[in-house]
Design a protein around this ligand. Structure first.
Ligand code: TEU
Length: 558
């Protein structure tokens, strides 16, 4: 490990480093309700997270991103926020959050929080006030209230559908008891959309950012970042939205003004505070507009996540990602899993290893042994690429998607909103197995029912079972993260393809590091090398087995 990176990982001091910590950081996503239960109520909480910080430091990650932890009725697992300046009692208190931030910093770990600007909860005081106010009032103008269409206003104001299924509009009952206006919600009805044309909304979020930046957070993950601004005419989408000159709510130009202002705020703080956009956009050029030097620092790149385990496709996605990011000078990010997608062990065990949000294909046959083997190979590819990587809690344990949760326990609003056809995202949100032979596997004290049940088959995947087992997924992550941290070339050296046959993804970082992945089922000769730094499975002599990756120290150049 070089001195520079040692310093970066060292304890934070009063004079915070000004070095950029984030361009090639390893960031760990903590889904608080499923990470560790500190008070024994079956749901994860901040006390639980604090008890596991040493585990995270030991794993070798450099930052934690926390999913929303604010007071919320939990209609969408906390993405329906009732108060942006506090912590939900189920998770703990604001004071505990402050202690957690300080303790993470003490271990050299940065803290990223999740801010949801597109919508709040229907329990938010602003929305409650809007319900009680008159049509056309200042209170209603913080949201998108409109009269309905049809003779008696019985039809929604336009044809937009909610991303979770069903119409994007819900009709309210006016305070006098009559059927009244409709309000817009791109997600669940419990998540009314803010009106970002209203300066009060802009100002409120600037205050919220300051509230958390004042508490020392190092980064803000911006939920649904491309959706916040709407075409105020609320025009119909029609039959073929692709034909529209401008989509009425995705990626309107006005969003960039919002993030330029946020950037000014973040830049006003001491240290290196960053903005990370959750931006799902098929148009790559439009995507990278969010990353211009005066806007967001990085954005989640989901293209790799959707890409099948096929060398030509993997090369294509890497090429496109690097090419798109180059002109704006922003580092790419690499994500294999998060709380919205099917866990990648399950995805890579399917016959078709591609993935799309539009169809999770739950229940499709999957070979978990093959999926785990490929998961090991693919994470080593992402960890060797230029940019930052995200690790979603439990992927380091090789957890699979829990596809057989009892329907009556499913909590994702997608389950209900889809008319019980899409089981939604709960299967990737099951509590983490820490230790022991049976559920709750140390997540909660023995005998406690966790908010979602864990499969008994996770017995071999607990942290306890894997720690010290050289062949485990956990030890692969630990080793890979340690090597990644120490290899200066992975952080700074130029990326270069090394052509090596159809089924091989091989690239160099500088002169002293090569990553070689074999997406076929057959072993392939390794190139001449000085040393194998790490391989995802044991090598077969001088051959890289199928569905495997190796990190290679090449022979020194003459
Ligand atoms: O997700 C935004 C989003 O549009 C998708 O990831 C969405 O969850 C998916 O299309 C559903 O099929 C963010 C959060 O990551 C997600 O958990 C929230 O539910 C959503 O915003 C609403 O806040």
């Amino acid at each position: 490990m070089t001195t520079d990176r040692l310093q970066e990982a060292g304890p934070a001091t009063a004079a915070r480093e000004t070095q950029r910590w984030w361009p090639s950081a390893a960031i760990y996503q903590v889904y608080v309700r499923s990470f560790a239960d500190g008070n024994g109520d079956g749901t994860g909480d901040l006390t639980g997270v604090r008890s596991k910080l040493a585990y995270l430091a030991d794993l070798g990650i450099e930052a934690i991103w926390f999913n929303p932890w604010y007071p919320s009725p939990m209609a969408d697992a906390g993405y329906d926020i009732a108060d942006y300046r506090d912590i939900d009692p189920i998770f703990g208190t604001l004071e505990q959050a402050e202690q957690l931030i300080a303790e993470a910093h003490g271990l050299g770990i940065k803290v990223i929080i999740d801010v949801v600007p597109n919508h709040c909860s229907d329990a938010h005081p602003w929305f409650q006030a809007a319900l009680k106010a008159e049509p056309g009032s200042a209170e209603r103008n913080l949201f998108w209230f409109r009269p309905g269409r049809g003779e008696n206003g019985e039809l929604p104001p336009n044809d937009w559908d909610s991303i979770f299924g069903g119409p994007a509009w819900t009709r309210i009952v006016e305070p006098d008891g009559t059927p009244g206006e409709w309000y817009l919600h791109l997600f669940a009805p419990e998540q009314p959309d803010f009106n970002w044309d209203n300066p009060l909304v802009c100002k409120e979020f600037e205050d919220v950012l300051r509230f958390w930046l004042d508490r020392g957070v190092d980064g803000i993950r911006i939920d649904s970042a491309a959706l916040v601004v709407k075409d105020p005419t609320l025009a119909d989408l029609g039959d073929d939205p692709a034909q529209l000159a401008q989509h009425p709510f995705i990626d309107l130009d006005g969003v960039h003004d919002v993030y330029r202002e946020w950037r000014r705020i973040a830049d006003g703080y001491e240290g290196d505070r960053i903005l990370i956009g959750e931006v799902w956009l098929p148009d790559r050029e439009r995507f990278t507009r969010y990353l211009r030097p005066d806007e967001l620092h990085t954005a989640f790149n989901f293209d790799f996540l959707g890409c099948p385990w096929q060398a030509d496709r993997v090369r294509q996605v890497i090429d496109a990602t690097l090419a798109d990011h180059a002109p704006v000078g922003a580092p790419p990010t690499w994500v294999l899993s998060n709380h919205d997608v099917v866990r990648h062990v399950t995805r890579y065990g399917r016959a078709d290893t591609s993935f799309s949000m539009d169809d999770r294909r739950l229940g499709e046959p999957t070979d978990l042994v093959l999926g785990s083997r490929r998961a090991r190979a693919v994470v080593m590819v992402t960890m060797a690429l230029p940019g930052a990587i995200y690790v979603y809690q439990g992927e380091e344990l090789g957890l699979w998607e829990v596809e057989d949760l009892p329907p009556e326990l499913l909590q994702d609003p997608i389950w209900v909103r889809s008319g019980y056809t899409d089981r939604g995202r709960d299967g990737c949100r099951v509590p983490i197995p820490w230790q022991g032979d049976e559920p709750p596997f140390g997540f909660s004290p023995a005998g406690i029912t966790t908010w979602l049940p864990q499969p008994s088959g996770w017995k071999g995947l607990t942290v306890e079972a894997q720690a010290g087992d050289a062949g485990s997924m956990l030890e692969l992550y630990r080793k890979a993260l340690r090597i990644r941290k120490a290899e200066q070339s992975i952080h700074t050296a130029a990326f270069r393809w090394l052509p090596y046959g159809d089924d091989i993804v091989m690239f160099a970082r500088g002169d002293d590091f090569i990553c070689m992945a074999n997406t076929s089922a057959n072993p392939v000769d390794l190139p001449p090398h000085h040393e194998i730094l790490l391989s995802s499975v044991p090598l077969e002599g001088d051959r890289l087995p199928g569905d495997a990756t190796a990190w290679i120290r090449p022979l020194p150049a003459d």
